[in-house]
Ligand binder design. Sequence first.
Ligand code: 6YU
Length: 525
Amino acid sequence: MRGGSMRDGAGQGVAGAAGAMEGHSVRRVVVVGAGLAGLGAVQRLCGTGSGSVRLLEAAARAGGRVCTRPFASGLAEMGAHWIHGPSPGNPVFCLATHYGLLGPEAAREENQQAEVGGHPPLPSITYGSSGRVLSPQAVSEARDLFDTLLASARDFLGVEEPPVPSVGEYVRAEITRRVPALGGGKEDARRLQLAVLAACLKLECCISGTHSMDLVALQPFGEYISLPGLDCTFPGGYSSLPERILSALPEGTVLLNKGVRTIQWQGSFREEGDNARDFPVRVECEDGDAFLADHVIVTVPLGFLKEHHQDFFQPPLPERKVEAIRRLGFGTNNKIFLEFEQPFWEPQQQLITVVWEDESPLEKPSTDLEANWFKKLIGFVVLQPPEQYGHVLCGFIAGKESEYMETLSDSEVLSTMTHVLRTLTGNLLLPAPRSMLRSRWHSAPYTRGSYSYVAVGSSGDDIDILAQPLPEDPKDPRPLQLLFAGEATHRTFYSTTHGALLSGWREAERLNQLFETPLSSEVQK
Ligand code: 6YU
């Protein structure tokens, strides 16, 4: 696979991080994907000035699953919402603080030290499907039980033979054991407790980004680490972080609307008119442009890899990596923003949760998506303060029901949401929301879902296999041709922005270490 005519890119001399250093001895790096992993990688590579870097992004904007849009009188986070665990161990928190992007609340010591295990306590109200507000005591009793069961599901890490394969099966078995005692033995109270537990499982589906907790592996569940700190948001939008990183990069480093079609590796590619050097990797874009490189950091989402890995890499990835891609989970969690003329909630309420009172975690959920998709909605976060956002609720919905919602029109979603809220509040005259905006991460062609989880049949080892650079042979004379970053490659922080950022830094550091050694004669020939 020698030769090949370059219309653009490397053939023109790579600008960017070390454009001035461009020459035969400079390593060329291409990064694919401008989410936090890709931007983090480029940030670290540019910092050293030891190679030339290009970042290729398919979309018309950087940020990936960090995506802030204007909505109502404020902003809507279509993707990442909170910094999970904003404390000194969280690089997103540290970077955002360094750039001055967070509000004064987030900076408070008490905020950073709070241990909430990923479930920050917010003042909430729970509506039942019979159109009434449910007793806070009954709700919190069931939630406390669920939290206890979920915490115990984390104790199977390292256990050779867990009792059941999935978190869902484990939790249900534990609930079944406790059924006689639920609700103090009273039938109505027991039914309500079961309905709240069913709602807790749906919330956990949103957190894990999965259709069902029956798909989430029990044994490695405890490997995910929750950092201390009360989750916080970005007053100027989450996108202020990628934008800030982007603005500090040398001009010309990032190319938007540059979808990559294939990555050829283990090759020997030369630029037209330059026989002095060949490159092992050739990155071909959808528009026909091509970039030659010594190293490519691939940060495309696991959802994209699941769908395209076969054609995306030539030669195909080794079987071990293909199996890891297949086994790891990547599900959908979407948001539905609703703007109201006037709030129907009290000013102090920050969370509105929903319980379908006839449901039980011990019964099979309905598979009739058309009739029941909206029952997967867990409830709403109230965007605050109203002076900044307007009267806006942000609903969350995961799984196949969420994917089905993506196929509906805006007006269908809006009218269903209106119907749901009228049912829950018991107010059949509740005015319809004034406007609506929702995410559609499953349909997004360069994402194909929301974030990763460790699925039944996979383990943290699969995450490490996914992260392993290629070629696998450490003695290969042309090492680190393909490197892999992105949230799904972080063993303990997968599914988060800090996991994504750290993974990008990790791969940049891997290259920076290599760059400290001189180019081998093999590469220079
Ligand atoms: C967090 C949160 N959060 C809600 C929702 C979503 C996510 N996350 P990117 O996709 O960003 O970048 C890849 C780029 O590659 C992209 O720009 C593509 O266009 C591009 N690309 C693809 N193909 C290409 C091609 N062929 N050529 C060129 N370019 C190509 N995280 O910390 N706080 O509140 C949320 C939330 C609706 C969708 C989230 C949250 C996840 C993060 O958004 C996500 O991990 C990172 O942004 C990914 O960055 P990246 O660079 O890797 O990819 C036990 C246990 C439980 C485990 N879970 C607990 C944590 C729960 C996670 N939180 C979720 C909650 C919300 C609300």
